[in-house]
Design a protein around this ligand. Structure first.
Ligand code: SF4
Ligand code: SF4
Length: 215
């Protein structure tokens, strides 16, 4: 989701690539789950998250909407985001010990935290959100190691394609005046990239590219 703040206000002013070192390592978050509570609707999911959640939990996407995921407006497009519930507004994937129960396949935004992405000229870089992680003395870690994806190159390309796709959908929606047409566009995005089941045995990126092509 876009934020109406300058990078200088919320970061250390630097931009990072996957090969750079960044002061983000909070050493396993021992005893802390601050960034898994009270996040409102800010942890939006992308199709790769939908693939990982449905395949690893072995449930259809619609089942996630009962407890773990809600739909919200992300800069004009309806997208799924993690659901926060209870008096402390906890993510429902937190276990009774306050640990993430889906750590190995957690959503991309959770992997990134406290990093964010800045998109420019058909690519993106990372930035460090200062003042977000409560860990007192984070140490340096390579960005790619922090995000810890098994397919970084494919994921990088996917992130750019998904970002550009959403931008084009937003433009489309902006130019529409008929609420029924806007609803239809949103439904098509949700159906094409989230609700239609992914095949576990097939590579995610191939399936995503097919869906993008036929959208
Ligand atoms: S706030 Fe920082 S230390 Fe606490 S859970 Fe989040 S990343 Fe870990
Ligand atoms: S999915 Fe895991 S890491 Fe992400 S907010 Fe929920 S508990 Fe925290």
């Amino acid at each position: 989701m876009k934020r109406n703040v300058s990078l200088e206000e919320i970061s250390d002013g630097k931009l990072y690539t996957a090969n750079d070192m960044v002061k983000a390592d909070c050493h396993g978050c021992v005893g802390c789950h601050t960034c898994c509570t009270g996040m409102g609707d800010s942890i939006y999911l992308d199709p790769y998250d939908a693939f990982n959640l449905t395949v690893n939990l072995n449930v259809p996407f619609m089942a996630l909407l009962e407890k773990y995921v809600a739909l919200g407006m992300a800069d004009g497009v309806i997208l799924p985001h993690l659901m926060m519930t209870g008096p402390d507004e906890d993510c429902n994937f937190l276990d009774s010990e306050g640990r993430c129960s889906i750590h190995s396949f957690r959503p991309g935004i959770c992997r990134l935290f406290p990093l964010g992405r800045v998109y420019e000229k058909g690519d993106f870089k990372y930035f460090l959100q200062t003042g977000e992680c409560v860990y007192k003395n984070p140490t340096k870690v390579k960005v790619s190691k922090w995000i810890d994806l098994k397919d970084p190159k494919e994921n990088h390309d996917f992130i750019i394609k998904w970002h550009d796709f959403l931008e084009s959908v937003r433009e489309n929606i902006k130019s529409e005046t008929d609420p029924e047409n806007i609803k239809a566009i949103n439904m098509k995005v949700l159906t094409s990239f989230f609700m239609t089941p992914y095949e576990e045995e097939r590579d995610f990126y191939t399936q995503f590219n097919e869906r993008l092509k036929s959208f």
